[in-house]
Design a protein around this ligand. Structure first.
Ligand SMILES: [Zn+2]
Length: 83
């Protein structure tokens, strides 16, 4: 990990699932501690996951998950000017 936000975005879904390696988890938590953007993103994801789990789905449908991922990546790419 190089500490850049887009790298964490990729892991946030797994982080919320609790399926991440504890080392990576710690990295993410460290990053969240100093990066407000990622904290907001985690909160948004948490709410989405909660909404989905409040319904019939136990986890995010794969289509929604990949759409969400693309959305997040696009957001970050725009924000940080990735070409
Ligand atoms: Zn960040």
């Amino acid at each position: 990990m190089t500490g850049k936000c887009p790298e964490y975005v990729n892991e946030l879904n797994d982080y919320l699932d609790g399926s991440l390696d504890s080392g990576i988890c710690a990295e993410i938590e460290k990053h969240l501690g100093k990066c407000q953007n990622c904290r907001i993103m985690v909160d948004t994801l948490k709410q989405t996951v909660k909404l989905c789990r409040g319904g019939k789905e136990e986890s995010l449908p794969p289509a929604l998950e990949s759409r969400l991922n693309n959305l997040l990546k696009a957001k970050w790419d725009k924000k940080f000017g990735k070409k």
